[in-house]
Design a protein around this ligand. Structure first.
Ligand SMILES: [Zn+2]
Length: 233
């Protein structure tokens, strides 16, 4: 799930934005603490493994034969959002955002008319859902190490009822589809779509670490154990 950032997260993002927007011309030396900071790891796979009894973490993903994943995306109920067509298009783009990240066709998606046929049914919520613009619910068969998605629920609204702008709606759906693909935890880094929090500055763009993490997940067999995992909920 993706939550509205607490003030600390917002401050960190603001700081990162300020660093990114530093005036150019010459390349200033980074402050010592930045220079001394170790580089980010190439992926966050150890944070997105699924915890199974007892104290074991495993990778869960769809088999390649399941592609394209079938997605049912109904129109929003009348009166729910200001521009239902634009909102539905933002959700559609959010679903498609992970396409071909691992390899051509992996993953891939096709939209179906029958929700009963869908691997990923999308459901609109008529009410705000606490901190969540959207959320993904699993139906995981722990013993058979089988990933399954119950549904992705979308309210399209911030806590308090304000409608989320379309870029944040698309980013939230991109995040939830990451969960639906088997990234069952969160990235520790604010620059990644799979970071736990969303802010008004968040854009629906996968980072290189998002891409590498999905590639790492789908380069390993379903059910593979991950040693040293620390899933971020
Ligand atoms: Zn999440």
């Amino acid at each position: 799930m993706w939550r509205l950032s607490p003030s600390a997260g917002a401050l960190l993002l603001l700081l990162l934005l300020l660093l990114a927007c530093a005036p150019g011309g010459s390349t200033p030396l980074p402050p010592p603490d930045v220079a001394a900071r170790p580089p980010l790891p190439e992926d966050y796979l150890r944070h997105v493994a699924y915890e199974v009894p007892i104290n074991e973490h495993v990778l869960l993903r769809w088999p390649e034969r399941a592609m394209p994943l079938r997605v049912h995306l109904p129109p929003p109920p009348a009166g729910l959002l200001t521009d239902p067509d634009a909102a539905r298009e933002a959700v559609r783009l959010g679903v498609l955002g992970w396409s071909d990240v691992v390899a051509p066709g992996l993953p891939s998606f096709v939209f179906v008319d029958d929700p009963g046929e869908a691997d990923v049914p999308i459901v609109w919520s008529a009410k705000p859902r606490g901190w969540f613009i959207a959320s993904c619910s699993y139906e995981i068969d722990v013993f058979n190490r089988r990933l399954d998605v119950s549904h992705v629920l979308i309210s399209g609204r911030w806590r308090g009822g304000d409608e989320a702008p379309l870029p944040q709606l698309e980013a939230a759906v991109l995040h939830e589809i990451g969960h639906a693909l088997g990234l069952t935890g969160h990235s520790p880094s604010p620059g990644d779509v799979m970071y736990k929090y969303v802010t008004h500055e968040t854009r629906p763009v996968l980072s290189e670490r998002d891409r590498r993490t999905l590639q790492a997940l789908y380069s390993r067999p379903n059910g593979a154990r991950v040693l040293g995992a620390r899933t971020i909920r």
